[in-house]
Design a protein around this ligand. Sequence first.
Ligand code: BES
Ligand code: MN
Ligand code: ZN
Length: 484
Amino acid sequence: MKISSTTTSPFQIEANALIVGVFADESLSGAVAELDKHLGGKISRIVESQEFDPKPCQTTRLHLADGVTAPIIELVGLGPATQFNSGVAYRAFGSAAKSLSSTARKHIAVYAKIKTAPVVEAAIAGLIVGCHGSDLYRSEKKQTPFEQVSIGIDLRDAIRSGQIIGESINLTRDLVNASPDRLYPLAFAEKAQEVCSESGMEFELWNQAKLESEKCGALLAVAQGSDRKPCVAIMRYQGAESPDAPWLALAGKGVTFDSGGLSLKPSDSMITMKGDMGGAGTVVGAMQAISGLDLPINVVGLLGLVENMPSAKAFRPSDVLEARNGKTIEIINTDAEGRLVLADVLSIAVDMGVDKIIDLATLTGACLVALGPDVAGAMTNDSSWCETVRRAADTAGEQIWELPMFDEFSDQLKSDVADIKNLGTRWGGAITAGKFLENFVANVPWVHLDIAGPAFLEKPKSWMDVGGTGALVRTLVEVARTWH
Ligand code: BES
Ligand code: MN
Ligand code: ZN
């Protein structure tokens, strides 16, 4: 998509449609007021008559307005100006874009009185995400991305960064939406490698033999039942001047399909499990964005890629595994596999000598029960590092909520035969999973983000099609921006 800023007036620009942002509690001003005047006050009258309520993401459409070259004016509500932020901008402009992209429209022009770089960036990202559908394999797509977008706002850097971020979110979404038969572990690693070579990042692949010599017994056990070989993909972005500067590690759960293994899931619960690589997908998207933005930070992305399948070779409930860090794990349920994959990936990050870790995983259904589908659970061994991540989410307009890591949750993981077991009781399941992971991060400041809810939409939103969401890519970019 070609995006550029324009000084042409909204009634003269040669576009297939205009997107016009309208605040709820403010009189129109700037280019929007100019357009309104040109239309004999039509826009302000629609708002005053309450025919159109400009709350966030509401849209309405005017056709063939006299004296306006563009045949469509898409009004989009931005809510009260006092409450306007990056989250609202992302969703509102996403909604307008999604609505307009249901028909092929080449050139869209955008006008709104939004002035600061962060909200312009979020608006552009939302626009790019909104017009990108999830129907990867449908011959006739439901949505067509615009070819060209002109923005009546002169903030070129924000427009550029918004585009980088929006495209990275779409990359994450495409990975999540891909068919698990096509996107198996090594195929996923190949995609990560492509991203690395396109953006000048270093790429390293740990194949099965390497994982065996590295004693990654937990990750390898999960992969045992599948005919697809497991791997760990490592993406390195050195944006700081020296490789000796501190490193941030982003670790992602990349279960390309989670059948549950021998503890087989019911069919209905399996449908969305192609998205169980959402953590790894988010890491790939964030790495692409961080490198595209040339941020002055060193980041390593680690992707634990496996498929969890039942077979005669599959690992069993009651098996005892030895993780890479030497801890033994009694398997209670082979469907609690994500924590086993991450256990070894986290220990790899620790041994690399990274300074801080964030892991992302579609880890537990319990997190969905606790926080609902739109909020990520955060768990940590370092409250100030968690506060940094939480603030970044605030800035990005994304929702994360910290869950307590009290000691007694670990009691649930005591095993009679091994150091720990891989499953506690039904109660506090998101937290016991976090407690399990804590065994593998040594003393490195670490935040675990359980994105089982926000990574995947089962029903579309006005600003986004169903399936992968790319949630938290923007938060990770914000973390990288505020690094030291
Ligand atoms: N990948 C799932 C978690 C999940 C569930 C993600 C729903 C997204 C939506 C994870 O591997 C899993 O299967 N967890 C089980 C644990 C169970 C065995 C106690 C769960 O949460 O149901
Ligand atoms: Mn599972
Ligand atoms: Zn899983």
